[in-house]
Design a protein around this ligand. Structure first.
Ligand SMILES: [Fe+2]
Ligand SMILES: [Fe+2]
Length: 241
């Protein structure tokens, strides 16, 4: 049995309030015997180096921490400050094998835009890394959900061009689920015949039109998802902290 925690949308802005929410989540996750912590983007709010310095500190963990950027992130300072690498503008696609599970962290961002899309390069990379791990299981993560979720505010800036991803996933039946962030709401749906799970937001929660006229709920507590992978099947438990 493998247990991954997923947190998303920290939107660290250099201030104490958001940092404290992220610290609260990480303190609890760090005390659990997890196999890895997955962070699905919008780590910084403006992409400033000072925000990534906060992120580097708060995401310190005894567990492996795997990350991908969101639309609020900026690739060059993300690489330089958060990853300790040379700044570069190319997509930040990463893959790790954790306890026999392939975890692909895909860069779904489009620089300067809020909506998401997977570049030809990222799709080719994902096809290759999944092809090298056919025995599975595999989990595919990215910031933007590739389907509408019923929150117009987010649906307008979801991942588009999702047919390419769907076609790719159909060639790799060892993928057990797609995990995303961006929508700041714990949600479950399907995509390409697979479970698609959306992590709650650390910074805030977004509401459905049926719940309230005001979309953003900044007072809701920060949350995370706990994904249990057993015998090729994913079960997700949502928690608030
Ligand atoms: Fe976000
Ligand atoms: Fe986002």
């Amino acid at each position: 049995m493998t247990v991954f925690a997923q947190l998303s949308d920290l939107h660290l802005d250099g201030g104490e309030h958001r940092l404290e929410r992220a610290r609260r989540v990480m303190a609890r996750l760090n005390a659990m015997p997890l196999d890895a912590v997955l962070v699905t983007g919008d780590i910084a709010d403006h992409g400033d180096p000072a925000e990534y310095a906060q992120a580097r500190e708060v995401l310190e963990s005894p567990h492996p921490v795997l990350m991908c950027p969101g639309n609020h992130d900026v690739r060059e300072p993300y690489r330089e400050v958060l990853l300790g690498e040379a700044p570069a503008a190319a997509p930040i696609d990463r893959v790790e094998r954790v306890a026999g599970v392939l975890v692909a962290m895909c860069d779904s961002t489009v620089p300067g835009e809020d909506h998401g899309s997977l570049s030809e390069g990222t799709l080719a990379w994902l096809d290759r890394v999944l092809g090298e791990h056919r025995a599975g299981p595999a989990i595919v993560c990215m910031h933007h959900p590739p389907v509408p979720l019923g929150i117009p505010y987010v649906d307008e800036i979801r991942l588009f061009g999702e047919e390419g991803l769907a076609g790719l996933l159909a060639r790799h039946p060892q993928v057990v689920a797609v995990l995303t962030g961006h929508a700041h709401t714990p949600a479950a749906t399907t995509f390409a015949g697979l479970p698609l799970v959306v992590a709650p937001g650390v910074v805030s929660t977004l509401r459905l039109p049926a719940e309230a006229a005001e979309v953003i709920d900044p007072a809701a507590p920060p949350g995370a998802a706990l994904h249990v992978l057993d015998a090729g099947r994913l079960t997700t438990h949502f928690r608030t902290f």
